[in-house]
Design a protein around this ligand. Sequence first.
Ligand code: PHB
Length: 388
Amino acid sequence: MLKVIKKTALLVAALTVSAMVSAQPVKIGVVAEFSGPFADYGTQIHNGMKTYLKMNGDTFGGRKIEIITRDTTGPAPEVAKRLAQELITRDNVDILAGFGLTPNALAVAPIDAEAKKPMVIMNAATSVITTRSPYIVRVSHTLPQDTQPIAQWAWKNGIKRAYTLVSDYGPGVDAEGAFIKAFKAAGGQVIDSVRTPLQNPDFAPFLQRIKDSKPEAVFVFLPPGSQTIAFIKGYEERGLKQAGIKLIATGDLTDDGVLQAMGDPTIGLITSFHYSAAHDSPENKAFIKAYAEVNGTKYRPNFMACAGYDGMAAIAEALKKTNGSVDPDKFLAALKGMKLMSPRGPIMIDPETRDIVQTVYIRRVEKVDGQLYNVEFDKFPDVKDPGK
Ligand code: PHB
């Protein structure tokens, strides 16, 4: 009899402990850029995550979401590594997320592989990142994925000789390689390629060289912010446009977050990208409305905000499937092959690569109701990362 009572007491205790564990919040450690020249990256990602929680509640699979943000201050791999380590060992986070810049994501990947934490990349777009830990899932984009369509589009639209200019680090190198490959395969010729520093580049000498070699177009990848603004200014001032040299790029160049600041010189620019604030769908309209309600109107939601929203959606859906478990293998199994209707259109997590499959749109900068927007006019559905 005593034995039975003891057993029952033990069972009740065990059940209580497991109920307490599952009732604890799921902690998401967001490592991103919240200060310095790339401060908008972390802000947009976090704003997007908050928007999802506002629209859908904050409890999934019985677990409440708790977000802890940490600032890398810019491209700072050592800082990102330390922050991720502290989040795992001191704050006991269940999931890592964020990562605007590639160097920060790459620095954290080995720590993540060792700690076995689901890690949701909400921007960093160098192709190789997802191969560096089996627990990484990317909900944003890759540069080869966004670049290939504009290379093909350029050839189809009569551009035969191009020059490339990219930022000299992971995503730039990926964009350069993808453009050269796709443009050459279509029949085009890349006459030369330059890479500019990630921090504080001076574009003047590069623009002069490009002007002197008279290509029909220059293909550009630069991380959005002060340098995309400076580049557009230089392209105008140094007379490349007047010389008839067309500018083509991935949508990083005409990012919704900085487009207004770049002003009218952007009108008519053609880019390829996975998200535009002007995307015409009920999901995007609801997202834009809720984003402003949660975060105010200082920022227009951009592709990083959209990925923050989708990353939060993927985490929420995975928690529902696992009934609140964050066991890394169960959680990854729930994420692999997941399909979501994003503000950008339909997306899927490729079960083999854990990278995103999505539509890439061709867009033109136009004024809509007095504001500059990337207006989509063509699309390439179900694009996988061609970089793998
Ligand atoms: C990156 O660092 O991977 C990165 C940053 C900004 C972009 C795209 C990629 O627009």
